[in-house]
Write a protein that binds this ligand. Structure first.
Ligand code: ADP
Length: 904
């Protein structure tokens, strides 16, 4: 029997040897001799940290309990390696391009460098990994206890605890020493990786040796083993398809999401070509690791006393046969499995904890100077070291609290389900540009909560977190909320149940929220870089010529600059290059110019990335680029629509304020008119009353005086009647109740009639009328009387208001396409521009009314008449005197045309 002291000595020697390897590898790396360290062999072997003590010891235990089921845990990763290596390649490429340091960093980076997501994934990883670390401590401790059975004093529970403690301290020390020796920008740890590659060989040899011993030494070769298998209880084992599918999926998902796997697969990866070898070599490694699991289980069950722990068969079987050396090797295999897992997991988790939790808190506490101070590196290193101690410490704590009782395999599975919650967000982030940060956080939280409730908390049920009644009757007594029978799905295997609901709800929430939220510009940019990682390479500043297709560039530029501007740019360049046609060579100078041009529209970073994608010759990405360009164009379109809208609003506001001003002026005018009209009614009324009293009361009036007074009364009543007539006429016209008497009339005749009526022959201040009769011969179908009323008004206005010493009125006629324009322009002072809109209003009087005597209704009536006739009357601006234009539709022509068409 190996004595306990020898065991301890071997352990120390082994660890010292590992130190040596790690130290040597670090030295080599420092000297720049990286060829061997970056080789595919080291890479493949480092992946073997997937096989922890759980698989080393637990696989045999699992086989003893559930037959071939242990294979599922190897099948998942093998399928990923063989079938999904393109996904791994994508991950590795992104990891290098974006300098990703952990899976939390990957998720946070993909969604616009969100620290919230970083913290979430970190917490998830810590909670999911802590039981797993505890599991490693437990298995190392158990394996120690196997060797100490014969110790005289017995190996008590306290010794177990203290063994676990010292193992934890040793691992902490190793990890701190080699995991935080220096701060590599790429987070590579050559020493550690080389050491775990060595451990991978040790555990493989150990397991193969025990297996070979069992098959060829205890049994009589493979045939005998097969016979023993048939005889053993394992033969009765039954396959459970649901559980198999669930476990294969789960191990594949965990393989991608476990922080330690991400660390060796992506972060420590030097060259994505290493995946080519890992693609077949790692499944082979897993196959070898599982080769003898079943034989060992079968023989163990057969030879060892009933009730011995099958999780320890790998150790106890050689011991029972007196093979101390083999047992020691086996012990080292298990020890290697446990230590390599804890070391890498602690490094991966400490990177996350320090980058996403400790550093942000530290920086925010030290409000100033954090980014420039020279001691930042030291702070980061300290944060890493503390984080490592915390992570391993948590594992130890979990081990002590949980009591180390449960079968190894179940803790491992629980961990896997928790960590796999990152999978939907990871895949969505890698392949779906539309995925958003909020959705990622929502999905993660949902999955995490379901995992806690359906698997993690029930697993530590003994600690009384979930009471028996919750387990049986559901939360708050609601049956569909039973932790292991959500929504009535009781009867499922608890692990499969948890996988299904957590993954389903997690993905669903992630997908649905993505559809209802919008990515920020930074998320968008990162999304493009992740989804199109193969087409995207940052590249040095400055372009090399040749690769870019001018046509692709033109298509893209058109989307951003608009077709015309882009074509002009390209044509100008083609001319400058002396080329025929409209496509220039994509010379570096032109690319730079184009980039500047595009940067004006989409910002320099995007412009650079866009040109980069086309210029680097990646024709595949053009479509994606177009999508980005379309988005930008949509945004620009939208903003130009907004601009148009705001311009329109501005115009409306302007019109409103103009209308308001006009209203104010009108109201002032109306007030003035009211006093005016009362005055105007009053004056004639007063004189009518006065003169009629005189006529009534005074008897001694001469007949001549009587006639004179009666005439005054008569004139005044005429004036009153005229005023009332005008008001009446206006209201009839305004209400549209007027009956128009349309007939065929000659413009010339109407003008003659109007002039005759407006200018009385005995007029003492005659106005000269200038006309050109040749243009007046047009025929119109209209109400001749109404039209001449308008003309009379305009002509008499000119006579009344034209103040020139030699007053003259020019009447000119122009025949347009379907209308006639008759202009009345006099040579007086005219109407000031700001008054022009007012003169057509009722009661508008600009000049001294005493002189004119009008009530200011003339032009208002004119406007109403012209509206009724289907024409218009306007002030002509910028003329020497007052100028009015009357527009009459040429209804004659249209009617004739109508007749013609009817006849033909
Ligand atoms: P009224 O019936 O009192 O003549 P109008 O409506 O015809 O009033 O004219 C309104 C105002 O427009 C007049 O008071 C006058 O000040 C101005 N106006 C009209 N025609 C002329 C013109 N030819 N020259 C100068 N002012 C004019």
């Amino acid at each position: 029997m190996v004595s306990f002291n020898i065991l301890i000595a071997v352990c120390f020697a082994y660890v010292a040897f590992l130190f040596g390897i790690a130290f040597y590898a670090d030295r080599r790396a420092q000297q720049g001799r990286l060829k061997f360290l970056h080789s595919p062999l080291i890479y493949t072997l480092s992946l073997s940290i997937y096989c922890t003590a759980w698989t080393f010891y637990g696989a045999v235990g699992n086989a003893a309990r559930s037959g071939l089921e242990f294979v599922t845990i190897y099948l998942g990763p093998s399928l990923v390696m063989v079938g999904w290596w393109w996904l791994l390649r994508r991950l590795v490429r992104i990891g290098r391009a974006q300098r990703i340091t952990s899976i939390a960093d990957l998720i946070s980076s993909r969604f616009g460098k969100s620290n919230l997501l970083g913290v979430l994934v970190t917490l998830l990883a810590v909670v999911g990994t802590t039981p797993y670390i505890a599991l490693q401590l437990q298995s190392v401790t158990l394996s120690f206890s196997v060797f100490s059975r014969d110790l005289s004093a017995g190996f008590m529970q306290t010794d177990l605890a203290s063994t676990a403690f010292w193992v934890a301290v040793g691992l902490m020390l190793f990890t701190v020493l080699f995991g935080t020796r220096n701060l590599d920008a790429n987070e590579r740890h050559h020493g550690v990786v080389t050491a775990i590659a060595f451990e991978a060989i040790v555990k493989l040899i150990a397991l193969l040796s025990v297996g070979a011993f069992v098959v060829w030494s205890i049994a009589d070769g493979p045939a005998d083993i097969l016979a023993r298998m048939d005889a053993s209880p394992i033969a009765n084992w039954q396959i459970r398809p649901g559980r198999w599918a669930g476990l294969i999926f789960l191990s594949a998902a965990a393989f991608l999401c476990l922080p330690r796997m991400f660390q060796v697969m992506v972060v420590e990866s030097a060259d994505e070509r290493n995946l080519a070898m890992a693609g077949w070599a790692f499944p082979l490694y897993l196959m070898l690791m599982s080769l003898f699991v079943l034989p060992i289980a079968v023989v163990g069950l057969e030879l060892l006393p009933k009730g011995s722990n099958p999780d320890l068969f790998v150790l106890t079987l050689p011991l029972s046969q007196g093979q101390d050396g083999l047992a020691l090797l086996s012990f080292l295999g298990g020890f290697s499995s446990a230590t390599s897992m804890v070391i890498v997991a602690a490094i991966a988790l400490s990177t996350m904890v320090s980058n996403h939790i400790v550093m942000p808190v530290w920086v925010s506490l030290r409000s100033s100077g954090a980014t420039v101070s020279g001691d930042l590196r030291q702070v980061v290193l300290t944060a890493r070291r503390v984080s490592i101690m915390v992570v391993v410490g948590l594992g130890y704590l979990y081990y002590r609290i949980s009591g180390g009782g449960a079968a190894l395999a179940s803790i491992g599975l629980i961990s896997f389900v928790g960590v796999s919650q990152v999978l939907p967000v990871l895949l969505g982030g890698l392949f779906w540009r539309r995925a958003t940060k909020v959705a990622a956080a929502a999905g993660l939280i949902t999955g995490f909560a379901i995992w806690l409730y359906t698997l993690f908390l029930p697993s530590i049920g003994g600690a009384g977190v979930l009471s028996e009644s919750v387990m049986q009757q559901g939360l708050f007594g609601v049956g569909i909320l039973r932790p292991q029978g959500l929504f009535g799905t009781g009867g499922l295997d608890p692990v499969v149940h948890a996988i299904f609901w957590s993954m389903f709800l997690n993905s669903f929430v992630f997908f649905a929220v993505s559809l209802f939220t919008f990515p920020t510009p930074l998320e968008r940019l990162q999304g493009v870089q992740f989804v199109n990682v193969f087409e995207h390479s940052p590249g040095p500043r400055g372009w090399t010529s040749g690769a870019a297709g001018a046509e692709d560039l033109l298509v893209m530029s058109q989307r951003i600059l608009g077709a015309q501007q882009a074509q002009k740019l390209f044509e100008a360049e083609a001319r400058a290059q002396g080329k025929l046609g409209h496509l220039p060579d994509s010379s570096p100078a032109f690319l730079e110019r184009l980039e500047r041009e595009l940067a004006g529209s989409v910002g320099s970073a995007t412009a650079h990335a866009m040109i980069g994608q086309i210029a680097e010759g990646a024709s595949v990405s053009v479509q994606d680029l177009m999508a980005v360009a379309d988005e930008a164009a949509q945004i620009m379109e939208y903003s130009s629509q907004l601009e148009a809208k705001s311009a329109e609003l501005g115009r409306t506001a302007q019109q409103l304020s103009e209308a308001n001003e006009k209203l104010t002026r009108l109201s002032v005018q109306k007030d003035a008119f009211l006093s005016q009209i009362s005055h105007e009614l009053r004056t004639p009324m007063t004189s009518i009353r006065a003169f009629s009293e005189i006529l009534r009361d005074m008897d001694a009036l001469t007949p001549k005086d009587q006639t004179r007074y009666a005439t005054i009364i008569h004139d005044e009543t005429l004036r009153l009647t005229r005023l009332l007539d005008d008001l009446l006429d206006l209201s009839v016209l305004e209400n549209g109740q007027v009956t128009l008497n349309r007939e065929q009339v000659n413009l010339h005749d109407i003008l003659n009639r109007a002039i005759g009526a407006a200018l009385a022959p005995q007029d003492d201040e005659p106005i000269r009328i200038e006309r050109n009769i040749t243009f007046e011969s047009a025929m119109l179908v209209t109400d001749g009387d109404r039209l001449s009323q308008v003309f009379i008004n305009l002509i008499s206005n000119a006579r009344k208001y034209c103040s020139a010493p030699d007053p003259a009125l020019t009447i000119s006629v122009q025949t347009g396409h379907d209308q006639l324009q008759i202009d009345f322009v006099d040579n007086g002072a005219g109407i000031p521009a700001h008054q022009q809109p007012l003169v057509f209003e009722k009661f508008a009087r600009l000049t001294d009314h005493a002189r004119a005597g009008g009530a200011g209704l003339g032009l208002a009536i004119c406007r109403e008449i012209m509206n009724n006739l289907g024409g218009a009357i306007d002030c002509l601006p910028d003329q020497s005197g007052a100028a009015f234009r009357v527009t009459v539709p040429l209804q004659v022509e249209t009617q004739e045309k109508a007749n013609e068409t009817r006849i033909s």
